[in-house]
Design a protein around this ligand. Structure first.
Ligand SMILES: Cc1cc2nc3c(=O)[nH]c(=O)nc-3n(C[C@H](O)[C@H](O)[C@H](O)COP(=O)(O)O)c2cc1C
Length: 215
């Protein structure tokens, strides 16, 4: 088998993973995730890309039954949350936390080649564009969806089921993880575990030709 063949195999394997992952709405309490699985999922989030490499998220791995119950209440009482073995809350700071002279941007920006000044010279214009258009919080939240997708795909590769949870009350989710609304917002919640229900339903997706164009 040549390099092209093995790449074709790798592509097919990855697509198989994407086809297998589905939004699991009910988890088996008898099969909780272990510490290594939880760390693996968090590592998938940590390695995710983010705009300007800022890593906007603060991650909360919620596992204790009482904290999960509180979170489920904050997520419109969804069974997917109530039965989950792990819920990862990705929260982000809001607004001026992302200003070019903020502590957060200084910390994150100074890690890059060239140092903070080079980083800020590049970043300032984009931040001002977002700020002028009232988009800073939206931008920060959007980054969490990338971490969420990577955690879900990674989980599937490790035989773990998952579901993204957008049905939540922001303030109550924040309270459940000990954060204050205002300086913080919920990005997204993602739940994990082993499915309690058997076969996933058929994948429902539009044909590629209807959703993609080649220009
Ligand atoms: C950002 C996002 C938020 C979602 N929020 C919820 C949710 O709150 N509750 C729920 O039951 N499913 C939720 N889902 C699951 C979707 O309904 C599901 O992914 C979609 O129907 C496609 O099905 P599949 O993931 O099984 O392929 C969410 C999915 C995404 C990507």
């Amino acid at each position: 088998m040549g390099p092209k063949d093995s790449l074709a195999v790798a592509r097919e394997r990855f697509l198989e993973l994407m086809r297998d992952r589905y939004a699991c709405k009910l988890y088996d309490p008898a099969r909780p995730l272990d510490d290594a699985e939880v760390r693996f999922i968090l590592e998938c989030a940590r390695l995710s890309p983010s705009s300007f490499g800022i890593e906007h998220w603060r991650l909360f791995a919620v596992r204790s039954p009482s904290a999960i119950a509180l979170l489920a209440d904050a997520c419109l009482d969804q069974d997917a949350v109530r039965t989950a073995s792990l819920a990862v809350v990705a929260a982000t700071p809001t607004g001026t936390a992302f200003a070019p002279d903020s502590a957060l941007v200084r910390q994150r920006g100074s890690r890059f080649p060239g140092g903070l000044d080079v980083f800020v010279a590049d970043y300032r214009g984009y931040y001002e564009f977002l700020s002028r258009n009232g988009l800073v919080d939206h931008w920060a939240r959007a980054q969490c969806y990338i971490a969420c997708a990577n955690m879900m795909t990674g989980a599937r590769a490790a035989g773990i089921d998952s579901c993204a949870i957008e049905g939540f009350e922001d303030e109550r989710v924040l309270a459940a993880v000990g954060l204050k609304s205002g300086p913080w917002q919920t990005g997204i919640v993602t739940v994990f575990g082993h499915a309690a229900d058997a076969a996933p339903r058929e994948k429902i997706r539009m044909p590629l030709d209807e959703i993609a164009s080649y220009l």
